[in-house]
Design a protein around this ligand. Structure first.
Ligand code: SF4
Length: 75
């Protein structure tokens, strides 16, 4: 089975990156900037989550919520 011990929600993850003016909400979409996932331009909502979760404040950059995301990872 996968990693469940570190599983958490994007809305509380330091790897979640949203638009500069985006509300932090379960329905807001943004880019996952976790290093191993960066090549995939994974777009996730605040209510999404995974086992690479690290608690922290989401990053912000223009284009983080676009389809596909156009923002560069800020961390
Ligand atoms: S997909 Fe995983 S690593 Fe990426 S922001 Fe969401 S919880 Fe964090």
């Amino acid at each position: 089975m996968g990693n469940t011990s570190n599983w958490g929600l994007c809305i509380k993850c330091k790897w979640w990156q949203v638009e500069p003016d985006a509300a932090l909400a379960s329905t807001t979409h943004g880019l996952c900037i976790e290093q191993s996932l960066q090549p995939y331009l994974l777009r996730v909502s605040g209510g999404s989550g995974c086992g690479l979760f690290v608690e922290g404040e989401p990053a912000r950059a223009d284009g983080s919520g676009a389809c596909p995301p156009t923002a560069k990872p800020m961390r």
